[in-house]
Write a protein that binds this ligand. Structure first.
Ligand SMILES: C[S@@+](CC[C@H](N)C(=O)[O-])C[C@H]1O[C@@H](n2cnc3c(N)ncnc32)[C@H](O)[C@@H]1O
Length: 509
């Protein structure tokens, strides 16, 4: 009876801690090389790093190396929790003469907490419809992008094994986790019980379990994978068809936020040939569908405005998308079943004129009554080393700052993380300058091309003179009309502030 799992799990934390079966304990015992090998799916180096006997060895063998152990070893390792209870709760299962893991259980941590996550075992191509994923790459990308400022209430929609809720337990006072899958909710309860995290767990589709409620923060890693309208795996398919899950969630999310509340989700959008053709500016066609969702989201914010930042992190062509997600579910695209499924999926995309599938992060913040928000769609496909969360926090701050200040009155500073790169090409007269690019050396490493006038303006941004004075001096120096120069400079300066390449003087104090 898996329903007994949360109660059993609640008693395991002291056992695991005493055995050293924690992120720190495992890292220390295995060392960097064996740990990295294990992450690559190569268990043998880790096995060789284990002590010869003891509870730690047994727990690592069971849960991290997928080995069977004897009843006697298991009994000793879980004491005082009885083997029968663990078998009954399906955390362990019979395997030959001994026992093996019945579920995936592994230590998990961030800078603020140390927990355990319980999910379904990786079943290769035998995943059930209600297979509950563990903390995978997508989960961790959302966790790293989450705004972590203290809030009262937080909702994790589509919580699965509960990993986002764990990461939010350090900054949110009251946590609510919802999922359409009853199995996911049992595993989430067990994850919370073993991790000592208190959270309300509710079952139901989309917003239904929290109808009429509002939260200071919403995080959501939904079943965002675009495809035909069917549910093969509840973690991946919404059943709505196309990019219906992302459309529904983005367009309705603000109704569930308090004023000032922030919602963040992973999302995916279809990019059609028609969208690309109709785009007024090159490179913006990908945002056609998210733009329509955000327009609805602005309506859902009611009397408040809405800040929205939609960041495209990746684009896959239909073939790559289908192959990737089939493999993710353990289906070989070259098998008969894989080919049949690929054909259905590709037919669906062809019928809808889909030429690409975009993927990224959506951040929405309700402003306050009558305060119009800022809406930005940004293609940010470059590699980003730093976690996105602090950058998203900073972006929200910059948007609020820009709303409350007249740029012309502000002394701005190019911080030490802003660099100017200059390009030159060879000519008969020697190196000829072809342009300058302003680069952020940290975070998303934004780049902005600058002309000579722009370079001069940036050179003057040392926090001494308000922007209007700098533009006045520049107009005189370059024999330009100040009004015209100001009109040209303001949108550029605004973008540079939004990207953290220029900062208010007070921010550097
Ligand atoms: C990609 S998994 C994310 C799990 C977890 N939050 C994470 O970050 O790893 C998507 C989750 O959404 C749930 N889900 C699918 N359809 C849903 C729906 N209509 N309403 C609520 N949750 C749903 C699935 O059961 C699954 O747990």
């Amino acid at each position: 009876m898996i329903d007994r799992l949360p109660d059993v799990a609640a008693r395991l934390a002291p056992v695991f801690r005493a055995a050293g079966f924690t992120v720190e304990g495992v890292a220390e015992a295995l060392g960097a090389e064996a740990g990295a090998a294990l992450d690559r799916g190569e268990p043998e180096p880790a096995r060789r790093s284990l002590p010869d006997a003891g509870s730690f060895r047994t727990l690592v063998r069971l849960f991290l190396l997928a080995e069977s152990v004897s009843d006697a070893e298991a009994t000793a390792a879980f004491d005082p929790v009885a083997l029968d209870e663990l078998l009954d709760a399906e955390l362990l299962r019979r395997s030959g003469d001994g026992v093996a893991a019945g579920l995936d259980l592994r230590p998990h941590a961030d800078d603020h907490g140390s927990w355990w996550v319980i999910s379904d075992l990786d079943a290769g191509d035998g995943k059930d419809v209600d297979h509950v994923l563990g903390a995978g790459a997508a989960s961790m990308s959302l966790a790293r992008a989450t705004v972590r400022r203290p809030v009262g209430t937080l909702l994790d929609l589509g919580a699965g094994c509960g990993v986002q809720t764990l990461h939010c337990s350090g900054h949110a006072a009251a946590l609510t986790a919802t999922d359409v899958s009853e199995r996911a909710n049992v595993l989430a309860r067990a994850t919370f019980a073993i991790s000592g995290v208190e959270a309300e767990v509710l079952t139901g589709p989309w917003w239904k379990p929290v109808d009429g409620r509002r939260f200071d923060q919403v995080v959501c890693n939904p079943p965002f994978v675009p495809g035909p309208p069917a549910v093969e795996h509840v973690y991946r398919d919404s059943g709505l068809g196309g990019d219906g899950a992302s459309a529904l969630l983005v367009s309705t999310l603000p109704a569930f936020l308090t004023s000032g509340g922030v919602g963040q989700l992973l999302a995916s959008w279809l990019i059609t040939g028609a969208d690309l053709e109709a785009a007024e500016e090159p490179g913006t066609g990908w945002a056609t569908r998210p733009r329509a969702w955000v327009e609805e989201a602005i309506r859902a914010a009611g009397p408040d405005g809405l800040d929205a930042w939609v960041v495209q992190r990746d684009v896959a062509d239909p073939a790559l998308h289908v192959g990737t997600w089939l493999r993710d579910a353990g289906v070989d695209p070259a098998s008969a079943a894989g080919r049949a499924r690929s054909a259905e999926w590709l037919d669906f995309f062809a019928a809808h004129d889909v030429v690409g599938i975009g993927f990224g992060f959506v951040t929405l913040r309700r402003t306050s009554p009558g305060v119009a928000g800022t809406v930005v769609f940004e293609d940010l496909r470059q590699a980003i080393g730093d976690p996105l969360g602090p950058e998203i926090e900073a972006w929200l701050d910059r948007v609020a700052w820009l709303r409350g200040h007249d740029l012309l009155d502000e002394p701005l500073v190019a911080p030490p993380t802003t660099a100017l790169e200059r390009g030159y090409t060879g000519s008969d007269e020697g190196w000829r300058r072809i342009g300058g690019t302003l680069v952020r050396l940290d975070g998303p490493q934004w780049r902005h091309d600058l002309d000579e006038l722009g370079e001069s303006l940036l050179a003057g941004c040392r926090g001494h003179l308000p922007l209007s004075d700098l533009l006045g001096l520049l107009a005189v120096g370059h024999d330009r009309e100040v009004g015209e120069l100001t009109a040209a400079a303001l949108p550029v300066v605004r973008d540079l502030v939004l990207h953290g390449l220029l900062v208010p003087r007070d921010a550097t104090a």
